[in-house]
Design a protein around this ligand. Structure first.
Ligand code: CDP
Ligand code: CDP
Length: 221
């Protein structure tokens, strides 16, 4: 199969990264987790911030002075910030809370989108995020918009976080997901949308394997 480009977008907890990794493994492609890049900026801004709230100016100053790298090897994504492996610090409730504020800022998006396009320039890539099909890779060979009911997405995230040992509250998690989806859909620059050429997959009642197989079959056409 030619070196295709597969774009997967959708709201939080829809299964994008789980499925994208399996699709990439099935095709022997690389997987690019763009959410991890925005999370890395949020992580660094939180670490350096010494006031109560993060201001947009502070986030912009942070992103201008940081080096973000993604490394995908042995089916694992590692994220480096200024040479430090921060992969295990990106999915905390604290980072999830501020990441949409970080991701709405033009200087942040410009820097991340530039890096994402560079990583995809040779094809053979599965990239997931919010604006992949609409903005980062508009000529992708396969565009998927992955979703599920918010109750199902909150449940999935709850189980995922519990397994990792985080103490989480299901209702609070659902509220956080709703707030983040709203912020991601309503921002001015590259909001989360389903483009007309993207295939909508509602995965509420689908298993990870079923979703993966549908995408692999679309990719093989
Ligand atoms: O895994 P989950 O769906 O919860 O989030 P993520 O993919 O790790 O993305 C975290 C956040 O980064 C999103 O809520 C967006 O605010 C932002 N993001 C974005 O703006 N554009 C992307 N291409 C990917 C993520
Ligand atoms: O990347 P995104 O936020 O869209 O979601 P994820 O982190 O890949 O998936 C959240 C959780 O839902 C994972 O633990 C998956 O195993 C699970 N999942 C599922 O139960 N059924 C699906 N059809 C897809 C994902």
């Amino acid at each position: 199969m030619k070196n295709k480009v597969i774009a997967i977008d959708g709201p939080a907890g829809a299964g994008k990264s789980t499925v994208a990794q399996l699709v990439a493994a099935g095709l022997e492609y690389i997987y690019i987790d763009t959410g991890a890049m925005y999370r890395a900026v949020a992580w660094k801004a939180l670490r350096e911030n010494d006031t109560v709230f993060l201001t947009d100016d502070f986030i912009i100053k942070t992103v201008k002075n940081m080096d973000v790298r993604l490394q995908y090897a042995d089916k694992t994504t590692k994220v480096y910030v200024d040479g430090e492996d921060v992969s295990d610090h990106l999915r905390t409730p604290e980072v999830s809370k501020v990441v949409s504020q970080v991701a709405k800022l033009a200087p942040v998006r410009e820097k991340m989108v530039f890096l994402q396009r560079k990583m995809a320039e040779n094809g053979a890539v599965v990239m997931d995020g919010r604006d992949i099909g609409s903005n980062v890779l508009p000529n992708a060979d396969v565009k998927i918009f992955l979703t599920a009911s918010v109750e199902e997405r909150a449940k999935r995230r709850f189980e995922q976080m519990m397994k990792k040992g985080y103490e989480v509250d299901l209702l609070k998690l659902k509220e956080d997901i709703e707030n983040r989806d709203k912020a991601d859909m309503e921002r001015t620059i590259s909001p989360l949308i389903k483009t007309s050429d993207a295939i909508l997959l509602d995965t509420t009642s689908m298993s990870v394997r079923q979703v993966t197989d549908v995408i692999l079959s679309l990719a093989s056409k």
